[in-house]
Write a protein that binds this ligand. Structure first.
Ligand code: GCU
Length: 684
């Protein structure tokens, strides 16, 4: 048995080769007899990936050569003479960016053509072709041109050097142990393949909280191993990035200050950056969490966030590196002070700095104004910073969405986020077009996500949480894909190609977020989780804390008035949204308690009171969770028994969690309000 699952690249998985496979194989083997390789292709892994797929998936060998022939899979680079003017037009070539590709069937040659704008584009075309074959689509009808939507498609690992993973639910770090970088050639190679196969092109391997030994990662002590890791990733078009501590000149360099305007500090960073690039010429750049949750930053020296980011940006610029600066900056607060609203913080700090950042500096903004709650409005910074490069930060690891114990497929959530119309300059100013740079014509931008990976056999703890990893990559590449289609693709490549099983698992995935939301904190409430761990209910756990995360429930009402006449948060949006959110009639109900303070007796759109809706949501979502669990039981004979049993065990734990949420939250509201459930269901 392998040491770990190969996920959707396990081409031998018999559960994904059932009905229709044999006939498809016969056809494929008849149709393709050669792999014709453009001599301009220098990266050996490219053709190896294709050959390996054919051998493992079809159990046949198709020879590769530089000869051209009919019945071939032709692999080439757009600009090379191998293809020149033959199968692709000059126009098509001109349109191909380096990561773009074309796949098309050429009838007169009885061949399929895979052509990339560069070797990276070819790499993506190969993995796309492989996915199409696994889905058994009719390749004779293929004619696609694809380009990634986002220039940067990053994974952020929150891995500590001692091997632990902050908010990790899938085992230990894939990279670190005992303050060492552990190079595992085989697993890191497969890590890179899996990432590339879903289009990810950069990875930040260490936690944004750069503590203990982590600030030393940028010293010579670690550079050899980092260079080795970078070279494994490079073969798959993945660039290595590091999180750094803003105080490094002091912690590591022994200087007496980290003031960004101090020339000693600037020179120190320049020297460090130059050493890194000597070893890793394609190093991606730095990610910085500054002035946030006990991490130091430029505010320590009375400097702005732009001063801090630009200083690092300038050090990276000569090497084409980028500086990614997180917008997750807020002050700890006294819960007694109702005029401070944490939701406002990022905008209040960063909006006035628009236009002040270097052009290789990118602001990384969490999807919502708070912190990866099960539902939040989209951050108002998107669509407001015309002169600033932006990255959208999502959380794949299920910190607030069930710790990879509860099933919560986040594809539907992310679709809402990237599809959010900010109404900057009128309509159709979607988050997807702001972050990729196209809307404001920015030189760079993209998307990042906090990884859900660890060294578990299945990489993600819960087998079905793999779908989140997969969906993130696919949406980073193409935000227009439908979440159900992505889920289906993942299921067919990983779990089963049986139609009923596929249908059922996709159905479970698609409804799981909504179910999770309703048995935890519906209506945009958030923050009723157990403090610290963030798993399980604790309705007032964060109520009297320093974290700015209050719902302020009393015996009559709940919620925070964040409208323009309340904390003023809603006024940070473009007018359209300010009005939508301010007005109770137009405020989406699933966010109503994020924006409004309401009486328990407030009548919702369905005619029932708020409190009754809260009770109903919890009782119903619990039942839906149970139904989902039964749905999973029906999969027993359709999928791998190991996967079946492990997921079944997670569902058992999820059931306990859902029941706990239902009863604790409902009882909390009952005790606060004294209002019973109109259906007389049990409250405690
Ligand atoms: C959350 C999370 C922390 C993390 C922080 C961040 O607050 O609980 O573990 O460090 O986000 O995004 O930096």
């Amino acid at each position: 048995m392998n040491r770990y699952s190969l996920c959707w690249l396990d081409y031998d998985n018999s559960y994904c080769k059932t009905k229709g496979y044999a006939a498809f194989k016969d056809q494929f083997v008849r149709d393709f007899r050669h792999i014709s390789v453009d001599p301009a292709v220098t990266n050996p892994i490219l053709i190896k990936e294709l050959s390996q797929f054919i051998t493992e998936y079809f159990h046949v060998t198709i020879p590769a050569s530089e000869q051209e022939d009919e019945h071939a899979i032709i692999c080439g680079i757009a600009t090379s003479s191998f293809l020149a003017n033959k199968y692709v037009t000059q126009d098509e070539i001109r349109q191909l960016g380096s990561e773009s590709f074309i796949i098309k069937y050429i009838e007169e040659k009885k061949s399929i053509l895979l052509v990339g704008g560069s070797e990276s584009g070819l790499l993506y075309s190969l993995f796309t072709f492989i996915a199409m074959i696994q889905k058994r689509i009719d390749y004779k009808k293929i004619n696609i041109h694809e380009s990634p939507s986002n220039p940067l498609r990053l994974l952020n690992h929150w891995d500590n050097l001692d091997g632990s993973v902050e908010r990790g639910y899938a085992g230990a770090s894939l990279f670190f142990k005992n303050n060492q970088i552990m190079i595992d050639h085989e697993r890191h190679h497969d890590y890179a393949r899996l990432l590339a196969s879903i289009g990810i092109n950069g990875t930040v391997i260490n936690n944004v909280n750069v503590k203990e030994k982590a600030p030393y990662l940028i010293t010579n002590e670690y550079l050899n191993e980092l260079a080795e890791l970078a070279s494994i990733l490079r073969a798959y078009n993945i660039r290595l990035f590091l999180s750094v501590n803003f105080m490094s000149p002091v912690i590591v360099g022994g200087l007496d200050t980290a003031d960004p305007l101090d020339t000693k500090v600037q020179s120190w960073w320049q020297e460090r950056v130059s050493c890194i690039y000597d070893m890793i010429p394609d190093f991606g750049g730095f990610l910085v969490k500054a002035d946030s949750e006990y991490n130091p930053g430029p505010h320590t020296y009375g400097r702005s966030q732009a001063d801090g980011a630009n200083m690092l940006g300038r050090a990276l610029k000569p090497y084409k590196g980028v500086l990614i600066w997180r917008a997750f900056v807020y002050k700890l607060q006294d819960w007694r002070e109702p005029s401070i609203d944490r939701a406002r913080a990022a905008y209040d700090i960063f909006f006035p700095l628009d236009g002040q950042f270097e052009d290789n500096v990118i602001l990384q903004i969490k999807n919502g104004p708070m912190d990866f709650q099960v539902r939040e409005p989209v951050s108002p910074l998107f669509g407001k910073m015309e002169w600033t490069n932006q990255i959208l930060e999502l959380q794949v690891t299920q910190e607030y969405t069930g710790h990879q114990i509860d099933l919560c497929y986040l594809g539907p959530q992310w679709k809402e986020i990237v599809g959010f119309d900010t109404h900057a300059k009128g309509t159709q100013a979607y988050v997807s077009s702001i972050i990729n740079g196209s809307f404001y014509n920015r030189p760079i931008g993209g998307i990042a996500a906090v990884s859900n990976l660890g060294d578990d056999y299945n990489w993600t703890g819960h087998w079905l949480a793999q779908a989140n990893w997969y969906a993130y990559g696919r949406l980073a590449w193409d935000p227009n894909l439908a979440s159900a289609d992505i889920a289906e693709e993942w299921v067919r490549r990983t779990m089963s190609d049986d139609q009923d099983a596929t249908h059922s698992i996709v159905d479970m995935l698609e409804k799981s977020w909504s179910i999770y939301e309703r048995y935890t904190t519906p209506f945009g409430l958030g923050w009723m989780v157990t403090p610290g761990t963030h798993y399980g209910p604790s309705p007032e756990g964060y109520e009297y804390s320093i974290w700015g995360t209050y719902h302020r429930a009393n015996h009559k009402e709940i919620g925070v008035d964040r409208t323009s006449s309340g904390t003023g948060f809603s006024a940070q949006y473009h007018d359209y949204w300010t009005k939508q959110y301010d007005n109770l009639d137009s405020c989406p109900e699933n966010l109503v308690l994020f924006f409004h303070r309401l009486a328990y007796t407030y009548p919702m759109k369905n005619g029932k009171t708020l409190i009754q809706n809260i009770y109903d949501a919890h009782f119903q979502a619990y039942e839906e969770m149970r139904a989902m669990q039964r749905q999973w039981s029906d999969m027993r004979l359709k999928i791998d028994p190991k996967i079946f049993a492990e997921v079944e065990e997670r569902f058992t734990r999820q059931e306990e969690n859902a029941r706990q949420w239902r009863d604790v939250i409902n009882s909390f509201f009952y005790r606060k309000s004294g209002i019973g459930d109109e259906q007389g269901r049990q409250l405690y």
